[in-house]
Design a protein around this ligand. Structure first.
Ligand code: TEU
Length: 551
């Protein structure tokens, strides 16, 4: 229904197209693959899909380097296939939001090529951030900014470009030049792009690096301050979290509102605290933002209680719904992250760089418990493809198989983000576990995929897939996504247990080693244990239970 603000309580499932399902047999997932699996997603019980980029791209950063914002890369399909996918999803009551990348384009975009060709001072160059270098011959970068992927954030044009001399800014890879959002032409271009997809019927946008679009006037040097977010970047820089981004999103809000008031704008903004993230969304701008503080929270009762309490308070004050997320295509999958003895603080990008191997049994147990804790909370949850199968990060990919520019640029020091992007196992049999009809896969899949394949889980009542299905069905049945007014903490289970009530459902998680006695006479709606040992009214370590209201 128009104006329902469906996103406030939605469960939104991220499809990373190149790794989801391959319809054509080239070993790279595509839109035909998404369409083919819409029935499976309907069966899972999600409300919406967020589709990572599928636009024409040289794929240096997996499609977050867009060469044309209004088309589909032949690797992923065609605009017609996009329309068919959208229709198939809508027929099943699933909405689709697409990823928009407005901070930078690919250096292969016609706008950037024209900017290089046209030379200094031209209107073409003014779309991007070209500057003269410092030093006697302009041989030094215009300022000291560093790329979030490592190395200087500036690259100088050379003889090979035909117009040598100036430098251009790129907060990410050198093939991802940043736009100049102080130029009104850029605003107009992107409003046209939003309308292009809204007219096709998309239900909204996930906005990449939303806090990065505006840069401080004069592009001053960055004076580093202490930051615990080395990869994500310190947000108090001249290039992240600038006030001018809010003007952009006020305008975008109005564009989205022209379309029946039911299209959502969700911003990606890695800010250090949930208060900063919530304050950053603001009424009349983006509708919601990812709560990355949630995926960074430690796995213990105090840490989880604190992040949920602070998130609910901060988002209530902002007017935006609370959101929750445990994994995405930039982070270590939570089935691995939660099993690390010393999880990295931000859970993003750098892979499990801790001594020793994460224990897969602990990881599986905690991932299931964490999901059951998350899906009972009011607000909107984001799932990342494959987490419903309990997939871990693939941490032992060979160096030469890896494709993430973070890995490549850092000369082997980091694991990069490929480990969470390994193609999905649909079938236990076959060279690519049902990912591709030819058995090809752009990243090698581990043998473990045979056991975790969807075909193995779908008929097993104890599988992770069926845990997700029942949690999502119960969440819908009991309206758990609705507002915070129905939420309260429940005390009395001890220091290492966290319990809350949301409407008529009570959710209890045991973080301690000792089993905990459950209240008597309450119907169990769902429980997260991997194997259903006779629970006898007890809640084991690292598990979550959903209980019905007392009769
Ligand atoms: O990520 C934005 C971002 O801030 C990254 O630095 C992210 O924190 C990093 O991947 C973690 O190591 C978005 C996309 O989600 C990411 O996939 C892209 O690579 C990036 O923008 C550039 O478009």
């Amino acid at each position: 229904t128009p104006g329902s603000e469906w996103w406030r309580s939605a469960v939104i499932y991220q499809v990373y197209p190149r790794s989801f399902a391959d319809g054509t047999g080239d070993g790279i997932g595509d839109l035909a693959g998404v369409t083919a699996h819409i029935p499976d997603l309907a069966d899972l019980g999600i409300d919406a899909i967020w589709l990572s980029p599928f636009y024409p791209s040289p794929l240096n950063d997996a499609g977050y380097d867009v060469a044309d914002y209004c088309d589909v890369d032949p690797v992923f399909g065609t605009l017609d296939e996009f329309d068919r996918m959208l229709e198939a999803a809508h027929e099943r009551g699933i909405r689709i939001i697409v990823d928009i990348v407005p901070n930078h384009s690919s250096s292969e975009h016609a706008w950037f090529k024209a900017a290089v060709a046209a030379g200094p001072g031209s209107p073409e160059r003014a779309r991007y951030l070209f500057r003269e270098g410092k030093g006697e011959h302009g041989e030094l970068p215009p300022n000291n900014w560093q790329s979030l992927f490592g190395g200087p954030a500036w690259t100088r044009l050379t003889e090979a470009d035909g117009t040598p001399g100036q430098w251009y800014l790129h907060l990410f890879d050198s093939t991802q030049p940043d736009f100049d959002w102080s130029n009104p032409v850029v605003h107009q271009d992107f409003e046209d792009i939003l309308r292009f997809w809204l007219d096709r019927g998309v239900d909204g946008f996930r906005i990449d690096v939303a806090h990065g679009l505006a840069k401080e006037d004069g592009l001053p040097d960055y004076i580093p301050v202490e930051s615990n977010l080395p990869i994500v970047g310190d947000p108090r820089t001249p290039y992240l979290g600038q006030e001018a981004v809010h003007d952009i999103f006020r305008a975008w809000h109005l564009v989205a509102a022209e379309y029946d008031g039911d299209r959502v704008l969700c911003g990606e903004a890695w800010l250090p605290s949930v208060e900063e993230m919530a304050e950053w969304v603001r009424p009349g701008q983006l509708h919601q933002t990812f709560n990355f503080a949630y995926l960074r929270a430690p796995w213990d009762a105090d840490g989880q209680k604190e992040v949920v309490t602070r998130s609910l308070a901060a988002f209530a004050a902002s007017g935006a719904p609370s959101t929750w997320v445990l994994s995405n295509h930039d982070t270590v999958r939570h089935a691995t992250r939660l099993a690390l003895t010393e999880p990295n603080a931000h859970g993003a990008g750098v892979g499990p760089k801790t001594p020793g191997q994460p224990d897969p049994i602990v990881g599986e147990r905690r991932a299931r418990a964490a999901t059951a804790l998350m899906l009972g909370l009011p607000g909107s949850s984001y799932l990342y493809q494959g987490e419903e199968l309990g997939l871990p990060d693939v941490i032992d990919l060979a160096d030469d198989a890896r494709q993430d520019p973070i890995f490549i640029r850092s000369e082997g020091e980091l694991y990069g983000r490929d480990g969470c992007r390994v193609p999905i196992p649909w079938e236990a049999e076959g060279d690519s576990y049902g990912f591709s009809p030819t058995g090809e896969s752009w990243l090698p899949q581990p043998e473990l995929w045979a056991k975790l394949a969807r075909s193995e889980q779908v008929h097993d009542p104890a599988s992770t897939l069926n845990l997700y299905r029942s949690l999502l069905a119960l969440r819908r049945e009991h309206d758990l996504g609705l507002g915070d007014a129905r939420f309260e903490w429940v005390d009395g289970f001890g220091d290492e247990v966290l319990a809350y009530r949301n409407g008529d459902v009570t959710v209890i998680t045991n973080f301690g080693v000792e089993p905990v006695a459950l209240p008597e006479g309450r119907r169990v709606l769902a429980r997260s244990e991997v194997a259903h040992v006779d629970a006898a009214g007890q809640l084991a370590t690292d598990t979550t239970v959903w209980l019905a209201a007392a009769e």
